[in-house]
Ligand binder design. Structure first.
Ligand SMILES: Nc1nc2c(ncn2[C@@H]2O[C@H](COP(=O)(O)OP(=O)(O)OP(=O)(O)O)[C@@H](O)[C@H]2O)c(=O)[nH]1
Length: 207
């Protein structure tokens, strides 16, 4: 029987608009390839396929073009990853038709509010990316995205001094509101990205 989305590890990457989801994928995917994983990428966008186009360009020579796809969710990005993940699941199946040995599919959600979480049927492991530039009280608000994801990524740490964000407080709040781990990242200089990679690898292996 040909493989379906149930036979491949899926990793969701969610978070508010502009927090750095695409930037994190740009760093993560080449590392996963280097670690020996065959990777596919789906980028959800509300009304365009701009993120997918951007990623296809960035992954030229690293990921086959037909393993980078866009899904247009319309105005409610959370619907496509939570209430009705069928469009994304169909895209995973389409990847597997031509690449039955695929190991991991990374699924970037469209930017959404702090309540957006991945349907467990769509993502075996989920990351939630927030940016320190949007305020250091985001973890304390206990949004379901922040609390329920498998790994919280606090990105743009380089901007903390410029926006008066207190990273120690963000880390303490993340520990307070979550049972799971968090990583501080700066996608501009790649700080923390290898830690994210380790969590994703462990998450995928033990999913
Ligand atoms: N200074 C700084 N800028 C960053 C960092 N990560 C991402 N950016 C910038 O933040 C902007 C948004 O990053 P994206 O990766 O497009 O964010 P996104 O979450 O994919 O955005 P949407 O798909 O629109 O929701 C871009 O200009 C990035 O270059 C970081 O760690 N530090």
């Amino acid at each position: 029987m040909s493989p379906t989305h149930r036979d491949v590890a899926t990793v969701g990457v969610g978070g508010p608009v502009g927090s750095g989801k695409t930037s994190l994928l740009t760093e993560l995917v080449p590392r996963l390839r280097e670690a020996g994983f065959d990777v596919g990428v789906i980028a959800n966008d509300i009304l365009t396929r701009a993120d997918a186009d951007r990623l296809r360009e960035r992954f030229a020579g690293i990921v086959p073009e037909d393993l980078v796809a866009g899904v247009e969710t319309g105005a409610c990005p959370h619907t496509g990853i939570r209430e009705d993940p069928s469009m994304n699941l169909r895209q995973v199946d389409a990847f597997l038709d031509d690449h039955p040995d695929l190991d991991i599919v990374l699924i970037e959600s469209g930017g959404d509010n702090l309540a957006a979480t991945f349907n467990p049927e769509l993502a075996d492991y989920s990351l939630y990316v927030i940016s320190v530039a949007e305020g250091d009280d985001i973890p304390r608000k206990r949004g379901p995205g922040v609390v329920e994801c498998d790994l919280l990524v606090v990105n743009k740490t380089d901007l903390a001094p410029h926006v008066g964000a207190d990273l120690d407080r963000m880390a303490a709040d993340a520990r307070e509101v979550r049972d799971g781990p968090y990583v501080l990242t700066n996608c501009k200089d790649e700080a923390g990205v290898d830690d994210v990679l380790e969590h994703v690898q462990d998450g995928v292996l033990f999913a």
